[in-house]
Design a protein around this ligand. Structure first.
Ligand SMILES: *Cc1c(COP(=O)(O)O)cnc(C)c1O
Length: 375
């Protein structure tokens, strides 16, 4: 068997080579390397796909999270509620704005933000009276949307903005409502390893709010006003390259086919592994895009043993994420200690992710499951 890849971008390029190469050649021939016509085309198609009114592409997923926070004026003294079990960028953007991330524990089944714990953390911040609760960032972890119906309700009761971190969520749904259409704004990433990835860094912000849309477009280009050399606010320089838009367009057109393939692959993994491991839970009415297929071992020792066996058999596996954010060194001044968010801490010790992409074969899945069964 060929080398097993965690995410096989080569197989995807092979399948879409004609369209991608033609798109790249068009951009080079047209020389609109910044804000070329492919950008507007992509933004339109992303709106149509997600069901959002407005899309603002930008330089990366981290900026896509940061720009709405800047637009809402998140600053020192503000509390933003963020899950502890996610990629660092989800809370980093709060800190970049000067705000304070307040970490929320996870559900034990989906690993997403636990709405019950969110309520507790909001009440605690209010009772302490030091920070002003301003926003919630909920993450579509591993491809499944966070529990937005519950989270949006809690946010509304407490006057908080909701920002969907859909960096891993693109292609997921709750009922017929797509990921990147939840909350006041949504952010996604086109980092190459994401379900919809480009050939470098890229991201997008989504919203239905025309006022926010206007401000986001200004923030994207140095806080510009009605023309380029009029500056009305502090912004960033975060445009998506036209080349990346040209690469994303054919990938977006192939996305549903790849998504269906990943969902079938995930089911095949689950059928083979459900008796031995905690396999992914998809809540009733929810649909995951399975950008990642993540198992939970019984304990840290079993995870080490199993990952060693996979490595010996030539199967790459990765731990997303080995350290919950409240225990990251940089956040030591916030005063969290081990035991504060027990579910997130336990997940960091037990989860591991298996090879998953839109071109994975049944043969590969069966081989990986065979190794896991024996380990
Ligand atoms: C990848 C990721 C980001 C950041 O995206 P970049 O494009 O790398 O800046 C943010 N949040 C989550 C949950 C991610 O997985």
């Amino acid at each position: 068997m060929d080398e097993i890849k965690f995410n096989d971008l080569g197989a995807q390029y092979h399948a879409l080579k004609k369209e991608i190469d033609a798109g790249i050649a068009d951009v080079i021939a047209g020389t609109h390397f910044i804000s070329g016509p492919q950008i507007e085309q992509l933004e339109k198609e992303l709106c149509a796909y997600t069901g959002r009114r407005y899309c603002v592409t930008c330089g990366n997923g981290t900026d896509a999270l940061r720009m709405p926070l800047m637009a809402w004026g998140i600053q020192a003294g503000d509390a933003v509620f963020v899950p502890a079990f996610t990629f660092f960028a989800s809370s980093e953007v709060v800190s970049l704005c000067g705000g304070t991330p307040v970490f929320v524990d996870s559900r034990t089944d989906t690993f997403d933000m636990d709405p019950e714990d969110l309520k507790k953390k909001i009440a605690a911040v209010k009772a302490e009276g030091k920070l002003i609760p301003r926003a919630v960032i909920a993450v579509d972890l591993f491809g499944q949307p966070a529990q937005f119906p519950e989270i949006e309700k809690i946010a509304a009761e407490n006057g908080l903005k909701v920002l969907e971190d859909g960096a891993q969520g693109f292609g997921g749904r709750i009922g017929e409502k797509c990921a990147c259409s939840f909350g006041d704004a949504s952010a996604t990433s086109f980092f190459p390893a994401k379900a919809l990835g480009c050939y470098g860094d890229g991201g997008a912000v989504f919203t239905d709010d025309p006022e926010l849309y206007k401000v986001l477009k200004s923030i994207r280009v140095h806080g510009k006003g009605s023309m380029k050399y009029e500056n009305v606010r502090i912004g960033v320089n975060s445009r998506l390259d036209t080349l990346q838009a040209a690469i994303l367009l054919p990938k977006l057109h192939a996305f549903d086919t790849e998504n269906t393939h990943r969902i079938r692959a995930a089911q095949r993994y689950t059928d083979a592994l459900k008796d031995k491991f905690q396999t992914p839970t998809v809540l009733p009415g929810y649909h995951s895009s399975f950008g990642y297929y993540t198992l939970r071992a019984a304990d840290e020792a079993q995870r080490t043993r199993v990952m060693d066996a996979l490595k010996t058999a030539g199967v790459p596996s990765i731990i997303y994420y080995p350290c919950p954010l409240h225990l990251q060194k940089v956040y030591a001044p916030l005063g969290y200690k081990p035991g504060d968010l027990p579910v997130a801490e336990s997940l960091a010790k037990t989860v591991f992710s298996l090879p998953m992409h839109g071109y994975i074969t049944d043969e590969t899945i069966d081989y990986v499951c065979g190794v896991l069964q024996k380990a």
